[in-house]
Design a protein around this ligand. Structure first.
Ligand code: TPP
Ligand code: MG
Length: 1012
């Protein structure tokens, strides 16, 4: 029987144009197959079939206007209604899944709690002066102990929670704290023991410590200007070594590899380890920070400079933590979309406690918890110092971070005290030791480690008679040996073990260490540690002795590296450990297959004139993406990323079509569920809808753009944003993305100072191209017409994703609607579009006077209109050039100029600008919707009079027409300035210019827009 397919609810729109028929009569279709594309002036969407069967008749054609309820086609043989009633409703299904999951989890927990071997806990009564009834307190505590013993921690936790709830309901104002006492999170009896050989691991660690310090000292002895850091790695060596020996699995043909974000300025430690592993040689160590010649070791992790070694640039504080969070999120995205296997891979990020002050460092921790990123582990090295001094001299950074992360929903593991403290804490029957630990501020902790055991005895243990008594049998040396958790491999191992087994939330290991650990008087725990890059002979001797490095005094004086023989137990051990863990880390490789670029004709509809139909380039881009989603090679690899602007760019159709990624699916019936573009969240959703979060969106873009190396799958991220909130907002991330060799598209939508009319000063972008030009591997384009955009986009797909060039594209698109002409048929047009300019129009009627117009973006249209007026009203000929990229033209010019200067004896090469304009007649007037500096970039590469117009100054809200008049880039100004230029060049009389200025009411006395 025949069924009707009607236009569904398309939201607020009526009379929307059909722009494509995607099916034919007689064709067999399945439910959800797209049948037509419709386009309003704001967005274009495909209408999917709600029925399956054979198409009997199609009732619409291209160009028809349709509204809700109109008949699209008749289908024969359908017996399926578009209805969800036959399946379990989405939210019910989710509910069932959720319930099943939580049942499983509960059972797991019960098994887990029963398995823990628990030492009978002793009651530690924390001394508190405000305790008005200590006896009552101890009764409560005893009851709690009994519960823990009998029914376990979970039960105790439940009871406490109920008590708090009850007190809250009774009106008690209970102060809330996210903090636990200043001791390790993992009790001694629950510490998982390492099966490693501790002696040999210590020896290896000592050698790595020595070699990394030696590398920095040697480099600075030779060239004192080079800089470098010793103190940071010295504090973090154990944190890294335990990971390297026991936890971090490398990428190989069987496993995707854990991803480790190393703290930027601990790089010397990574080089020193690679030296022992035989991956770097002495000569390379000696070229630390000398990166100009091949083989030098980069100052910090920079994949651009060491593309086979470093994976993640981290040295700009705060980027690493955010990038790592989004990397972990992206890994889950790939898994949930079925693009990679779930192999239990982890993302580890090493951060400094000072670095945590950066807003970015904490900016996305909520997302990590919300998305249950249990594949993510932060390790914060709390050496209590940053560059200038203490991180929190008057407070406690570890407690502060604990509160913040716990509050955000993370699993927090504090590693504060080393094993030597265990017996003291066990004997602290009165709770005074914990009391001192809680009371002592970081400034004091730091000062103590800059002194000696006697000082610690007096200042720390001396605070109370009970604590003084506790250490009465210890010598000052014993006291000095009381170690911090982050320097104790047992404690670190236990923390990592627990972190890597945690399910359902991200983990942060907060480890307490000493900055400059082992550096002695000149560098340990002192405010200047961070910048210590030279050690004198006494310090070096001390360092050697402290870590038992087997070097003679003479060798120490020569600051020699130490590498044991290939067959030594140390080297064998280090290699065996890495073999067990699958290979070396860090190592950057890629085995991703290229994505075949779509056929040339995929964007053919963009080469035709749109006739009278008006369209913005943003809309043209969305159309292109819709086309791409039909290309089987490309479709699944697209990663559209949007920070809450899909509707602004007319992309809401993507919500239904490919879904919004949501790790928990959609637990609710969306408000607009009846509509075609309803808000659809799905576990396998493709769109990354990041919310109002440009930094996060950019981090996702980088994760997806480096997928080819981190996950061995080439992906095509396309991040669309308000161009004003692009580079200037996330510039540092863009730089990191470039360093990481991210491949993908950045689309600065609603671009241009006057093209975006109503939004005003903070929205109107007149400079993003200049910022884009600062990044060497960023190709940027400012196209005007749909075929230019399509040509650039396809080339980008080909170069980046098929040919695997390490470049990325920044393309601006606009929201101005206008008709688009057909692509010129000259062969050179495509080449010109890609190189940066081509001739789009020539006015040739009078052959008297001529001017060359160079226009970019929407201002090109003002120039074409101005040229027409000049021809018609002033008999002046012109050639109009569409400049798709002043940036690319400048790059070409720079290179050609350099070649010519370096080869004075040779025939000079011509820049592309000169090739285009060298033989043309008349002066040049260039303009764009950006600052004049944008077009001025090419001035040096053409030996002709060159003038420019642009939108220098603060943006402001007004109509497009008024804005263009204000910034003097409308067609009237093009005419007046054009005449003036010709008068100045003595090609016409000045009276024409004067008349035009008057005619168009151009106020000569108005100050420069930059002054308004
Ligand atoms: C955005 C940014 N600002 C400043 C710096 C310069 N800088 C490098 S390391 C450092 C101090 C880092 O302290 P912390 O994070 O505690 O690391 P630690 O060396 O103590 O482990 C500073 C200010 C930088 N690299 N990046
Ligand atoms: Mg620090």
């Amino acid at each position: 029987m025949s069924e009707k397919l009607l236009v569904p609810d398309i939201g607020d729109f009526e009379n929307v144009e059909v722009i494509e028929l995607l099916v034919k009569e007689g064709q067999k279709i399945a439910k959800n197959d797209p049948v037509v594309t419709i386009e309003s002036d704001k967005s274009s969407v495909e209408i999917p079939s709600t029925l399956s069967g054979i198409i009997e008749t199609i009732k619409v054609k291209v160009g028809d206007k349709v509204s809700k309820g109109d008949l699209i086609l008749n289908i024969l043989g359908s017996n399926e209604e578009y209805s969800t009633t036959k399946t379990i409703p989405k939210d019910t299904e989710n509910l069932i899944k959720e319930a099943e999951k939580s049942l499983e989890k509960k059972q797991e927990q019960i098994i887990h709690t029963n398995n823990i071997e628990r030492k009978k806990p002793e009651i530690i009564q924390v001394v508190n002066d405000s305790d008005i009834d200590p006896l009552e307190t101890s009764e409560w505590l005893e009851s709690l102990t009994a519960v823990i013993e009998k029914d376990g921690n979970q039960r105790a936790h439940y009871l406490i929670k109920e008590l708090i709830n009850k007190a809250y309901m009774e009106g008690a104002n209970i102060p809330y704290t996210q903090n636990t006492p200043y001791i390790n999170t993992i009790p001694v009896n629950e510490e998982k023991k390492s099966n490693g050989d501790q002696n040999i691991e210590r020896r290896i660690r000592s050698l790595i410590r020595w070699n990394s310090a030696a590398m920095v000292v040697r480099a600075n002895k030779k060239f004192p200007e080079l800089g470098g850091h010793i103190g940071t790695f010295a504090s973090a060596a154990t944190l890294y070594d335990v990971g390297m020996n026991h936890f971090w699995r490398a990428k190989n043909n069987k496993f995707g590899g854990d991803l480790i974000y190393f703290q930027g300025h601990s790089a010397p430690g990574m080089y020193a380890r690679a030296f022992l592993e035989g991956r770097l040689n002495e000569k390379q160590l000696d070229s630390f920070r000398q990166e100009v010649n091949p083989g030098g070791l980069s100052s910090y992790p920079h994949p651009w400079l060491m593309p086979n070694f470093w994976q993640f640039p981290t040295v700009s504080m705060g980027l690493g933590p955010m990038l790592a969070i989004y990397q972990a999120r992206y890994m889950k995205y790939l898994i949930n979309r079925g693009l990679i296997k779930d192999e239990g891979r982890k993302v580890w990020a090493f951060l400094g406690d000072g670095e945590m002050d950066e807003p970015e460092s904490l900016g996305a921790i909520g997302l990590a918890a919300r998305e249950k990123l249990d594949n993510l582990i932060f390790v914060i090295n709390c050496n209590l110092q940053r560059l200038d001094g203490p991180v929190r001299g008057n407070g406690k950074i570890i407690q502060e971070l604990e509160g913040i992360f716990r509050g955000a929903g993370w699993n927090v593991i504090k590693v504060i005290w080393g094993s030597y403290w265990d017996p003291l804490l066990a004997n602290d029957k009165t709770g005074h030791l914990i009391k001192v630990m809680n009371e002592t501020v970081d400034g004091e902790y730091q000062a103590m480690k800059a002194r000696d055991g006697a000082y610690v005895r007096e200042k720390f243990f001396g605070k109370y008679p009970e604590t003084k008594e506790l250490i009465s049998s210890l010598s000052d040396k014993d006291i000095w040996r009381l170690n911090r958790g982050g320097h104790d491999p047992h404690k670190v191992f236990a923390a990592y073990d627990k972190a890597s087994k945690n399910i359902g939330s991200p983990t942060v290991v907060i480890a307490k260490t000493i900055k400059g650990y082992g550096m002695g008087k000149s560098g340990e725990s002192v405010n200047t540690t961070h910048q210590t890059k030279k050690l004198d002979i006494d310090d070096l001797m001390y360092y050697r002795d402290r870590f038992d490095v087997p070097l003679t005094d003479k060798q120490v004086q020569n600051i020699e590296y130490y590498k044991p023989d290939q067959n030594s137990p140390e080297i064998k051990y280090i290699k065996e450990r890495r073999l067990q863990l699958g290979g070396f880390i860090p190592e950057r490789t890629t085995y991703a297959k290229p994505i075949k670029a779509p056929p040339k004709n995929i964007f053919d509809n963009m080469k035709e004139s749109t006739g009278k139909k008006e369209m913005s380039t943003t809309m043209a881009l969305v159309r292109m993406l819709t086309n791409l989603l039909r290309d089987k090679n490309v479709a699944s690899r697209l990663v559209p990323i949007i920070p809450d602007e899909a509707r602004t760019f007319g992309m809401e159709g993507f919500f239904q079509k490919i879904g919004i990624y949501a790790h928990e699916g959609q637990k609710y019936e969306p408000e607009d569920s009846a509509q075609l573009s309803s808000y659809r969240e799905e576990k396998s959703g493709q769109v990354l809808e990041e919310g109002i979060n440009e930094a996060g969106a950019m981090s996702s873009w980088i994760a997806a753009g480096t997928s080819y190396t981190n996950h061995d799958i080439e992906m095509i991220p396309i991040y669309l944003f308000y161009s004003m909130f692009g580079f200037q907002r996330i510039g540092d991330f863009a730089w990191a993305g470039a360093d990481s060799q991210s491949r993908g598209f950045l689309i600065g939508a609603t671009a241009g100072r006057t093209t975006l009319a109503g939004e005003g000063l903070q929205h109107q972008d007149g400079h993003s191209h200049l910022m884009a030009s600062t990044i060497p591997n960023c190709k940027s384009y400012d196209p005007t017409f749909h075929y230019e955009l399509a040509t650039i986009f396809r080339e980008g797909l080909k170069r980046m994703h098929e040919k695997k060039e390490n470049i990325f594209y920044y393309i601006t698109t606009m929201n101005e609607n206008y008709p688009h002409p057909a692509m010129p048929t000259e062969k050179s047009c495509e080449e010109g579009i890609l190189k940066g300019m081509y001739k789009i129009k020539e006015f040739n009627k009078y052959k008297k006077t001529k001017i060359q117009f160079l226009g970019s973006g929407t201002i090109l249209r003002e120039m074409i209109a101005g040229a027409e007026i000049l021809q018609k009203e002033y008999q002046i000929d012109s050639e109009v050039w569409s400049v798709t990229s002043f940036n690319e033209l400048r790059r070409d010019g720079l290179e050609v100029e350099r070649y010519n200067l370096l080869n004075p004896e040779k025939e000079p090469k011509k820049s592309y600008v000169e090739i285009c304009l060298g033989k043309t007649e008349g002066p040049i007037l260039a303009a764009s919707d950006y600052m004049r500096m944008n077009s001025d970039q090419i001035r040096p590469y053409i030996n002709k009079s060159f003038y420019s117009l642009g939108t220098d100054g603060f943006g402001r809200s007004d109509t497009r027409k008024n804005l263009r008049k204000f910034f003097e880039v409308d067609k009237e100004h093009v005419v007046a300035y054009g005449l003036s230029v010709l008068a100045k060049e003595q090609l016409i009389a000045s009276k024409y210019a004067q008349e035009a200025i008057k005619k168009y009411q151009i106020d000569k006395d108005k100050p420069m827009p930059t002054k308004l």
